[in-house]
Write a protein that binds this ligand. Structure first.
Ligand code: NAD
Ligand code: LMR
Length: 340
């Protein structure tokens, strides 16, 4: 109604004022694992986000230094560092969004499921604390294997009686970021305008980019090109793990993807309309209980899980092939909590 009752020029002005940082609501964001390879650049990018008013940096080591360093940047948010479990409650209190890149990364020769034994326990204990100290926060899960850590988080929240399926997100944004980059390069279109949905999960063949829905549409790509693009997107993580040769997995591109996704969540919380990104969430669009697809973000988190839309035959095949692996990774996560 505000928009309708004003002229074009001043309504633009009002909207800009409404979304500018000085009138943006207070938002506290925590990064758990903030001293890590992803955590540090992610903390930096979140410090640059004018929608954040408090930035809470938690890790089991080295957070005082990271927090002191980042706190000198002259942007809106107040930065605080917290170290060790006895400070976790303070780090989480009052959070609107908790981003979790805590846990060990892959080395060459490992798959993401090889990280389960260590990371499942880390995620379980962090989520237990979230249920206690900020049960209403949106959770952005980055720790691998995402196909299992998201179900683990859901079960921990269910046990605590705080589960809200609208507030739990597996971060699959890096798959989207990669698909956009690889597609733009192959189709020879400017990367800034490219969009590619990526659905399914976040490991190997469970990552299903939908190049048939990519925009702008490219008519210069063959079936073989699409196959190669799909494979490269699915193996994007491994490409980085191999290139880093034992020094870990993607950190900088992941920090970028995590920051973009958290920004979308913040915009949704703040009531910005039509914020849609892909994420691994509780879902009814296939027979699997969790699935990545386009999600509309709103004031309570997930506002709508969008369905898959029309798929090519190649994508339909990919969808059927990924289901058994994704199903068993989800079940493994659920069992980790329910049978302990
Ligand atoms: P890293 O080893 O550089 O950093 C991990 C950090 O987590 C360390 O600082 C460590 O101290 C901290 N940590 C460990 N246990 C903790 C606990 N209980 N509480 C708080 N912090 C704890 O690893 P990284 O490269 O930053 O990767 C982190 C995770 O993110 C890995 O599991 C990796 O596989 C995953 N990852 C996911 C994606 C994705 O697309 N979702 C992309 C890249 C990496
Ligand atoms: C990625 O996709 O880069 C991450 O999941 C890290 C990994 O192990 O590949």
């Amino acid at each position: 109604s505000l928009r309708r009752s004003t002229t074009g020029a001043s309504s633009t002005h009002l909207l800009r004022r409404f979304y500018s940082s000085d009138s943006a609501p207070e938002r506290k964001v925590a990064v758990l694992g903030a001293a890590g390879g992803i955590g540090q650049p992610l903390a930096l990018l979140m410090k640059l986000n004018p929608l954040v008013s408090k930035l809470s940096l938690y890790d089991i080591a080295a957070t005082p230094g990271v927090a002191a360093d980042i706190s000198h940047i002259n942007t809106r948010s107040e930065v605080n560092g917290y170290m060790g479990e006895d400070q976790l409650g303070k780090a989480l209190e009052g959070c609107d969004i908790v981003i979790i890149p805590a846990g060990v990364p892959r080395k060459p020769g490992m798959n993401r499921d090889d990280l389960f034994n260590i990371n499942a326990g880390i995620v379980k204990s962090l989520c237990t604390a979230i249920a206690k100290y900020c049960p209403h926060a949106l959770v952005n899960m980055i720790s691998n294997p995402v196909n299992s850590t998201v179900p683990i988080a859901a079960e921990v929240f269910k046990k605590a009686g705080t589960y809200d399926e609208k507030k739990l997100f597996g971060v699959t944004m890096l798959d989207v970021v990669r698909a956009k980059t690889f597609y733009a390069e192959k189709a020879k279109v400017p990367v800034e305008g490219v969009n590619v949905p990526v659905v399914g999960g976040h490991a190997g063949i469970t990552i299903l980019p939908l190049f048939s829905q990519a925009t702008p549409q490219a008519n210069n790509l063959s079936y073989e090109d699409i196959e190669a693009l799909t494979k490269r997107t699915q193996d994007g993580g491994t490409e980085v793990v191999v290139a880093k040769a034992g020094m870990g997995s993607a950190t900088l591109s992941m920090a970028y993807a995590g920051a973009i996704f958290a920004d979308a969540c913040l915009k949704g919380l703040n009531g910005v309309p039509d914020v849609v990104e892909c994420s691994f969430v509780q879902s009814c669009i296939t027979e699997l209980p969790f699935f990545a697809s386009k999600v509309r973000l709103g004031k309570n988190g997930v506002e709508e899980v969008l369905d898959l839309g029309p798929l090519s035959d190649y994508e339909k095949q990919g969808l059927e092939s990924l289901k058994p692996e994704l199903k068993s990774s989800i079940e493994k996560g659920i069992k980790f909590v329910t049978e302990s």
